[in-house]
Design a protein around this ligand. Sequence first.
Ligand SMILES: Cc1cc2nc3c(=O)[nH]c(=O)nc-3n(C[C@H](O)[C@H](O)[C@H](O)COP(=O)(O)O)c2cc1C
Length: 191
Amino acid sequence: MKVIAFNGSARKDSNTAIMLNIALEALNRQGIDTELYQLAGKQIHGCTACYKCKENKDRRCAVKKDVANECIEKMLEADGIILGSPTYFADVTAEMKALIDRAGMVSRANGDMLKRKMGAAVVVARRGGCIHTFDTMNHFFLISQMIIVGSNYWNMGFGLNKGDVEKDEDGLATMKILGENMGWLLKKLTE
Ligand SMILES: Cc1cc2nc3c(=O)[nH]c(=O)nc-3n(C[C@H](O)[C@H](O)[C@H](O)COP(=O)(O)O)c2cc1C
């Protein structure tokens, strides 16, 4: 069993990565393999609306010059997908939106190829806009027929500068419970 987490932050190893890693560590403790894939410094563009994925039906995006297909491949291999993004102007980062649009369209073109995988969204903000950001990522899971896993609060942490989220004890605790819940459900579904 494997869970892949995508970090849509423009900053590598920053607050969103810290939050994601806590959930991934909780999964590791349950014997589940994990990977953190950080979009920072990588090229990913928005959907060009060529609709070639609908003709090709090869589980790939027809635009091959960025990391979209690498990400889509990792989604296909995984049993669970976590999308993590900081809040930028009350929504996900441009990189995360590009990943959602590209992977989402390819999934729909291929009979909802991600269906029944587990999904969870993780958000960081300095102060406001978390719920809207959270909703954006959950829309991807819901239209893809994925199963959303929750925690004891919405999956959000607060902080501005790199590492600030370490001081948000509630946010970190939410991530630990999220990882525990995702691991529990993954095991139940494969029993
Ligand atoms: C372009 C940009 C827009 C932002 N917009 C918001 C916002 O709408 N609400 C908010 O609370 N924080 C906002 N922030 C702050 C980030 O969400 C915050 O610094 C977060 O910790 C960044 O996560 P990271 O450390 O994983 O990069 C913004 C930051 C940037 C760079």
